[in-house]
Design a protein around this ligand. Sequence first.
Ligand SMILES: Nc1ncnc2c1ncn2[C@@H]1O[C@H](COP(=O)(O)OP(=O)(O)O)[C@@H](O)[C@H]1O
Ligand SMILES: [Mg+2]
Length: 253
Amino acid sequence: MVISEQTNKNIIKGIKIGTILKLDNYLEFHVENLKNESYKNMEYVGETIEKIAKTELEKYNLSIKYKNFCAYLMREIMRNVVEHSEAENFKVYLYSNEFGDFGFEVTDEGIGIRKSLNSNPAYSVKDDKTALAFAVRPGITKSWKPDISRPDVWQNSGFGLYMVSNIINDLGGKFEIESGNSKIVIRNGMKEYQNGKVKGTRILVAFNIRGKIDTVGIIKLISTKGNDYLKTSESFSEYATIKTASKASTLIQ
Ligand SMILES: Nc1ncnc2c1ncn2[C@@H]1O[C@H](COP(=O)(O)OP(=O)(O)O)[C@@H](O)[C@H]1O
Ligand SMILES: [Mg+2]
């Protein structure tokens, strides 16, 4: 079994994004089991995660477009835990309300963002706040050499957190990333630094899933912006040669 699923009625957890979101479901994932499942299916773990996300999203009566889009967002955050956190397991909370708001929260008790980034010899990030500020920028990744065992599209190019945080910002939702003693909250187009208090990493994504949306267009726009930023920003220009296809998502292929 990949996940143990419990709809525990005793867990009463609401998040606020203007309106209140209610907890629908709580899932626990074991990293080793996820990896084994992906080997068994002869696929990359990102694909395994995306499939599981899609199955969970079936419960939300979404259009195919929104389902794929939400699964992409969940995949990027969940695969980060498997690829970077060194945690043995992690939790995913799913939220919604009657106004069409949808949210998910991914928590792990792994090494946290700062320690992970610092495994890249090019970085020496002194505190959690700086680490978070960096992590949401395009092209920031702990991976300093390509993983030859991994297909190109699944290579780490430092676009995951940049994409998800900017997409959610563009859609007028809420994005939170917390690691160690720091937290960034993005909402209403504003970025706010707050104190944090988590052992590993916690990420919250919430936005409204009613109404028309051009998901492919949004992904293209934001990945193009990220690429342009890399080309013009001198300190990151070394990353600018990474191919767009591997950065954005399997959604725009
Ligand atoms: N759950 C996590 N635990 C520890 N570090 C993380 C986690 N999620 C992200 N990171 C760090 O943030 C960096 C940026 O993440 P991301 O933007 O998704 O890029 P990528 O996954 O391509 O490296 C990662 O390389 C990693 O160092
Ligand atoms: Mg990533």
